[in-house]
Write a protein that binds this ligand. Structure first.
Ligand code: BTN
Length: 325
């Protein structure tokens, strides 16, 4: 079965906006027989599409499955750059590994890697990332910005703002950002961001921004050791959320905000980040590899460094740490 024709057919029916399209019309348009069209319709049904066969009128699409396949994501995607190329795989160890490989092979700026399940999802500080099959969004975005490597942490902050905006747009939830880039709902983590870098003497070759978004998991879907600190959009809102809509919205805000960053710098985005931050102004404990500091988180610098004032009045710049509040 030719997968391209099947995909094109799905796109054609989706774009008909719920109107029926006749089998003969489709056959003429695609230059194949009506029986071949019927076989492609059956294949779409096997993939989870609901298609109604309306007497004397033809085929009408009723619902599409909530998969992360490129066709589903790209139909209705409002971006020009991010997500124009999507590398989709049903299951993989980690989308970061695939993205690194693609970046080395020269894949264009804005390429997105998406999977339904990760068998070795990784988080910050070499931690494991729970990636239940079909319940969240496990994705890596490859960017090739013309900036010096020291600016890379700002992209993680920009990504955090894009994630918050997407969750706000698709659900009724009000997420917060915990420095540097954990997204929280009612104090529990629903999204993690992992930014990795490919650079050489000429500067950044690629930024690989990994995003793990917990969407439709139940408590039991998480490993026992993270059950008390992790959450999903469904656990907080009581409603299933569309993974497709979340990816489309997230890619849209990533495009808007990375463009804003490149054209206007970090100023406006820093204000946005701070408006969503749950860390700034709060007493926190910052656990680093060689020491732990307690104090008030006063703000972030233009480079995304956390400013922590300890009881002795000293201001410390924290580049990387686990924050407890
Ligand atoms: C963290 O909070 O520690 C970051 C978690 C990042 C998880 C995502 S899921 C998609 C991408 N692939 C990975 O293996 N990790 C990132």
């Amino acid at each position: 079965m030719n997968i391209t024709v099947t995909h094109k057919l799905a796109k054609r029916l989706i774009e008909a906006n719920g109107e029926a399209v006749s089998g003969q019309h489709l056959a003429d348009e695609f230059g194949i027989s009506r029986t071949a069209i019927w076989k492609h319709i059956k294949e779409l049904e096997e993939k989870g599409y609901t298609i109604e066969s309306v007497k004397k009128k033809g085929y009408r699409i009723v619902s599409v499955p909530d998969t992360l396949e490129p066709l589903a994501i790209q139909t209705g995607l409002k971006t020009k750059r991010i997500g124009q190329k999507i590398d989709y795989i049903e299951s993989c160890p980690s989308t970061q590994i695939i993205a690194h490989q693609l970046a080395q092979e020269g894949t264009p700026d804005g390429t997105v890697v998406l999977t339904e399940a990760q068998t070795a999802g990784r988080g910050r500080m070499a931690r494991k990332w729970d990636s239940a099959a079909g319940k969240g969004v496990w994705m890596s975005i490859i960017l090739r910005p013309d900036v010096v490597p020291q600016k890379a942490p700002q992209f993680t902050l920009v990504t955090a703002v894009a994630v918050v905006r997407a969750i706000e747009e698709v659900t009724k939830l009000q997420p917060k950002i915990k420095w540097p880039n954990d997204i929280l709902l009612n104090g529990k983590k629903c999204t993690g961001i992992l930014t990795e870098l490919q650079s050489d003497a000429d500067g950044i070759q690629a930024l690989i921004i990994g995003i793990g978004l917990n969407i439709n998991q139940e408590k039991e879907d998480f490993d026992p050791e993270v059950r008390d600190i992790a959450t999903s959009l469904k656990m907080e809102s009581g409603e299933m959320a569309s993974r497709q809509k979340l990816v489309q919205s997230l890619l849209y805000y990533m495009e808007i905000y990375t463009q804003m960053y490149i054209e206007e710098g970090f100023g406006m985005l820093k204000i946005l980040w701070e408006s969503y931050s749950t860390t700034i102004g709060q007493p926190v404990r910052a656990r680093m590899t060689n020491q732990t500091l307690e104090g008030i988180a006063e703000g972030i610098t233009d480079d995304g460094v956390l400013q922590l004032r300890t009881a002795d009045g000293k201001l410390h710049g924290i580049y990387s740490a686990d924050i407890e509040m």
